[in-house]
Design a protein around this ligand. Structure first.
Ligand code: GMT
Length: 380
């Protein structure tokens, strides 16, 4: 099938899921066209089955805000016509579903009918989409999509609660490729990061407020008061500076390593013992799943879809948002001795394996088949 994928190209869960899905679909023989304003960060190889079309927004002095949606809709129309695209899959409702719907309608004027699938990722519903400034347009574009999927049961129920939705939402969880985690690194180079007797704690995110980065620092502060440990912070974002200041204030700057953004997540996770995800809200927690697939136990908050991934007492522990003391206590339970840590690590890997791409890709493919067939029926 010829599929157009619209996503955000930057570091962040929805872009990662969209890119990995596109690559996996191309490996299965589909022709995939990414349409966005920059080449997605995890998309290294373009070829016969993977194409990238850049959305360019021409500047004009009159524009206070650049009309990205307009440029995206036009790019979609052109790409669908030029490459005979059969299906459009937009990731993150804002503004992709809205722009996708416009493209679909423009194409219909020319007798071209194309199904549009919208995948809801989280903040497009829980934080941004819910704003009165966006809500009517987001509700409209969800209702008008041919198929809507969400990445967790929790996100589905939040969408139904927060918006006036008159249609079904299918849950297709985030996934990860087990093969990629298993085979690539034999030598973890742990010694570059920590002494042999130190535990390695990791956090990976885009350092936005929702991730509660300062909680990460405080949890680590509590852990290292009890056992030797290092904290590896991966990512960039608005809260990073505050986190660095807090490390100085707590006098743990020598034990915290800020690595910036990285394309080598697996390489970092392979020497990690514990992953911290104390987010305010998280529709799924792809970063936790990536950690678990690399045999890293998880300490997280119990919000949103995280309990669908991190299993309390099995793959790690969950606490109320902001309950730093509980998160420190739970971390120490996992890290206290090697055999307990090993058990949590093995459990994490086992649960993560349920989300392997080989289990999730067929769900997307069969949904595409259904959408394609019902589109063919309705266009005659
Ligand atoms: O929160 C992020 O790190 C980025 C954000 C995004 O939209 O790019 O992630 C959301 O989508 C991911 C993939 O579906 C989910 O795993 C994340 O939980 C979700 N983030 C939030 O809900 C805060």
């Amino acid at each position: 099938m010829k599929i157009a994928i619209v996503c955000y190209p930057t570091f962040g869960g929805s872009g990662v899921v969209a890119t990995e899905l596109g690559i996996a679909l191309a490996n299965r023989g589909h022709e995939v066209h990414f349409i966005t304003y920059k080449q997605p960060v995890r998309l290294e190889l373009l070829g016969n089955d993977i194409h990238f079309h850049e959305v360019h927004v021409p500047e004009y002095p009159l524009f206070h805000y650049q009309p990205y949606e307009l440029a995206l809709s036009s790019k979609l129309v052109d790409t669908v016509k030029h490459f005979d695209i059969e299906l459009l899959h937009v990731h993150y409702a804002i503004p992709h579903a809205y722009a996708g719907y416009m493209a679909k309608k423009i194409l219909e004027e020319e007798g071209i009918y194309i199904p549009m699938i919208t995948t809801l990722h989280g903040t497009d519903i829980t934080l941004v989409g819910n704003h009165p400034e966006y809500k009517p347009a987001v509700t409209f574009s969800i209702n008008k999509s041919d198929v809507v999927t969400s990445v967790s049961e929790n996100l589905k129920s939040q969408t139904l609660q927060l918006f006036d939705i008159k249609r079904d939402i299918e849950v297709i969880p985030n996934f990860i490729d087990k093969k990629k985690c298993n085979t690539e690194f034999t030598d973890c180079q742990r010694s570059l990061m920590a002494e042999d007797n130190e535990r390695i704690i990791t956090h990976i995110s885009n350092f936005r407020k929702v991730k509660r980065i300062l909680d990460v620092i405080r949890i680590f502060h509590g852990i290292q008061q009890q056992i030797p440990a290092k904290l590896v912070m991966v990512g960039e974002g608005p809260e990073k500076e505050k986190a660095e200041v807090l490390c100085d204030k707590l006098n743990i700057q020598d034990k915290v390593i800020f690595l910036g953004n990285s394309n080598e997540i697996d390489r970092i996770l392979c020497f990690s013992d514990l992953f911290l995800l104390p987010s305010e809200t998280e529709s799924f927690g792809l970063a936790a799943l990536e950690a678990m697939m690399n045999k890293v136990a998880v300490i997280s908050s119990n919000t949103g879809g995280i309990p669908e991934v991190n299993k309390h007492g099995i793959t790690g522990f969950l606490s109320n948002v902001g309950d730093i003391d509980d998160m420190v206590k739970n971390s120490l339970k996992i890290l206290k001795d090697d055999s307990t840590l090993l058990q949590f690590k093995e459990n994490a890997y086992k649960v993560a394996s349920e989300f392997d791409i080989t289990n999730i890709l067929p769900l997307y493919e069969s949904m595409y088949e259904r959408a394609h067939k019902s589109n063919l029926k309705s266009s005659y």
